[in-house]
Design a protein around this ligand. Sequence first.
Ligand code: FCB
Length: 445
Amino acid sequence: MKDIVIPSNSEMNRKSFLFGTATSSFQIEGDIAGREPCIWDTFCEKEGAIADKSDGVRACEHIERWKDDVALLQDLNVDAYRFSISWPRVVSASGELREEGLSFYIQLLDSLNDAGIKPFVTLYHWDLPQYLEDKGGWVNRDTVFAFEHYVDVITKALGDRVYSYATFNEPFCSAFLGYEIGVHAPGKVGRKLGRAAAHHILLAHGKGMKVLRKNAPKALSGIVLNFTPCYASSDKREDLEATKNADEYINQWYMQPVMEGAYPEVIDLVDDNDKPPIEPGDMQEICQPIDFLGINFYTRLHYSAAKDQSKLYFEHEHNQPKTDIGWEIYPQALYDLLTSLHSRYQLPPIYITENGAAMADEMVDGEVNDMDRIEYFSGHMTSVSKAIDHGVKVSGYFAWSLMDNFEWAEGYLKRFGIVHVDFETQKRTLKASAKAFKKLLVSRY
Ligand code: FCB
């Protein structure tokens, strides 16, 4: 069996470095009868939206099988488990707490805590209640206050069971993919919509942070952002400029407001009509102190100047080698990212809250020999380790994902799990990568 290889003197070999796996509610839970509909239920019904025409009706049946899944986490020897709360499972359209949904999360949290596994809870991992989308979703400023209310009632109800809260997972994906280019739920299109959604999500983060400080003062609270580092196709001035625009538009647009209370310079290149609907005081509200920054990393992107001068940048195809979802494998970019953020911002401690790979897994004689995924983990963990040596404070690493699940617009076709799921029988099987992950975790001192 192949191991996940990281430098032998790495800080990550110590028990003080936290290792976990991650999932999200819509991707694993199923049991849609037990909650209000969300934007992903609606999106899945849209012709052509999901590659295999699937939906979240069953997913991994985690609502029924959660005890087995906690046992899996124990078997893996993880320190922590990152999962999200489904807002439409715990809050009804009239704003009341839904007792059945709440009781599910309380049982899950109690059982994780009993097992000594730290719960890292994400409050929003893309499953907006449809009743809010019906009133405009994240384009409507009222959704910010609905989120504030949700955070207030859920954190009060969960008490001190949660080790860490993240307000949002990847605002870029919700805003840009969901409201600007429409490839994710709710499938809206337009720069004005995308920029408004991003602004309201960021504002909701700031307001959510304040509620967390009040209701969960002992929890480690922050936000999870995804970064796709941008590389220029040449050293020509116009290509470098376009690459800077891209980085600011897709990455720093979310980071800079959270850290410094300002949008990046590229905002000046956005038409006035499309600019975010900033009201007085918003930027200060967004920029709340955070205890940690969660970073999700998968790949990098390549850019050059667009021929059409009205465009901010031109994005190229991914380079080889690629994972099964078509994303370039380039671990160095994770090192470059961590060290550049470290020199650019006053960073709080960082958790790598997602990193992993979709691979074309094959089950042979009951085993999945995913050496390619093990190699992906080795390369990326080594980059994290080097960044720590460079002085970046990284406190933990979560593999995406605990198990194969509903991969959004790709449906069940792309497998990111370290545990294989047979979606017919729901049988879980540890892949070679899960065994290697466990071996690494057990070997720490
Ligand atoms: C991230 C999402 C996560 C998962 C991975 C592959 O953008 O946060 O839910 O789908 O990508």
